[in-house]
Structure formats: C-alpha cells, structure tokens
Design a protein around this ligand. Sequence first.
Ligand code: HEC
Length: 277
Amino acid sequence: MTEVPEHLLKRSRDRRAALGLGGGGETEAQPAATPAAGAEVEPTAGATAAAAPAAAAPAEVEVKPPEPPPPYVEAALQRKRIPYWAMPVVGLLPIWVILYAGSLSPADTGEATQLDLGAEIFTASCASCHGGGGGGGVGRQLSAGEVLKTFPNIADQIEFVAAGTQGLGSGTPYGDPAREGGQRTAGSLGNMPAFGETLSPDELLAVVRHERETLSGEEVPAEEVGENETRVWPNGSPMFEEGGTELLSPEGEPLLDPSTHLLMVEIAGGSPAPSGQ
Ligand code: HEC
C-alpha cells in the first residue's frame, strides 16, 4: 500500500464536506474512535489507508447528481430578460406623461384673453339681435367683413356700441362716409341699444374686437397686439390698462366721454367722428 499524502486526504475531506456528505465531521471523528491512529500524531499509513476507503465508500453510494431545477425555475432562468436600457425609459415615463399632458392644453393656461371675453359677451348680450355668428337679424350683419366696412377704425365702432342709436342721435350718419352702399345712418335699420353703461370698458373693447377679428376676420398688424394678446394702438400704447377704469386714446387720454359715451378725441387714420357730438 502506498502512503496517501496528507494534502490529498485533506482535499478529499474538503471535497466531501463541500458535497454535503459530512465527510469533514466523520474524518475528524475517526481518529478519536480509533485510538491506534493517534489523534495528534501523524497517522500511520495503515490507519490513513483504512480511513480513506472507509470514508470514500459511503460517498460513492450517496453521491447523486444534483437534482435538476424544477421546470418552472428553468423557464424563469431561460426566459428573455427586460433589457437594461428599459430601466431609464420606464423611469422617464412620468416626466413624459407630464410633458405630454402639458402639450394638450394651450400654452398659456392663465387668464382668458380679451378675445375669449369678447366671445362670451357677444353670446350673452349681442347674439340675440345679430345672430350667434354675426350673420344679422334684428341688428345688422357684423360678419364677413361687413362691420369693417362700416368702421375702418376700431375707435368709431367702440363709440357706436357704447352710445347706441339714441346716443348718436337718430338720423346721424355714422361710420365710413365712403362705405359701399352709402354711409350708415343711425336708426335706419332700428334701435341699437347703448352698452356704455351695461358693459365695463374692458368688456366693451373685448366685444368690439370679437366682432371685428373673430366674426369679420380683421387682420391685426403685429404692432397692434400687446401683452397677453390684448389690442394696442398702432403706436403701442394700450387701449385699456389692466386694472384701469376707462378706455384710453393713443395719447393716453380718456377715449370716451363718461356721460355721453361719445369719443372725446378724433383718432387719426379713422373715419371722421360722427357729427352728433
Ligand atoms: C336689441 C337688439 C340688439 C342688440 C341686443 C344688439 N344690437 Fe347691435 N344693432 C342693432 C340694430 C337694430 C342695429 C342697427 C342700428 C341702427 O340702424 O341705428 C345695430 C347695429 C350694430 C352695429 C353697427 C353695424 C353697422 O354696420 O352699421 C354694431 C357694431 C353693433 N350693432 C354691435 C352690437 C354689439 C357689440 C352688441 C352687444 C354688446 C349689440 N350690437 C347688441 C340691434 C341690436
């Protein structure tokens, strides 16, 4: 019998211990059980040789191939993983949702514009006589450029709506003297109510803008569009100042006389103010 070197024995013990066969414990116990072997001293060749096969024998019986993992575990191990790049994508989803939702509503979610206000007032106070789209009825047609033919200048239209037929005086010519079909005369169609008392100055401006821009398609030059899509004079000065109490002329003077609702000043570039003043 050849001597089995100690390091090989140790390797065998470790191996069995690793396989879970309890080899380590047994071998440790062996020298104690056989006093001849001697616990501390170097084991004799015989003792070692006897111990090795004795220890190896049960190992041969017990060694079984590791159980194959159950099919569901195997399936889990083999299935396709979510790729790593998907993680930042999933992480950014909420941000995308917020941006997408933001893009659905108009950019300025703040206050309604002057034109929004004008549309509201028109529906509430004017549509009954002039039609929802300004097509006319009891009142004159305001759509399809008609109101622009009467009032090339917005100031004259503001005056007309504020003063009404009676404020101008029945029989008084108003609007563009060169209007196609002849200049308008107050009372020629009927009685247009005065809105100088019932509408606030900003509402008056807003509804006039609605008639001109939305119903009649007026093209407003860029320099006449102010902050928050308000309308300003060609010189850039406001027609109505936020928080103000009256409409203003291009020079910053009150536009309308508070008692008559007629123009206080003649606006350059417009048709001559009605002679009813
Ligand atoms: C009760 C019916 C009635 C209501 C309400 C009414 N209008 Fe009139 N509107 C008229 C009549 C009638 C005329 C013609 C006036 C005339 O011949 O003197 C007129 C004329 C006008 C004109 C002149 C059009 C042109 O080409 O001559 C404008 C501008 C106008 N209305 C704006 C308005 C606005 C703005 C409102 C709402 C704030 C309004 N109207 C509400 C009956 C009405």
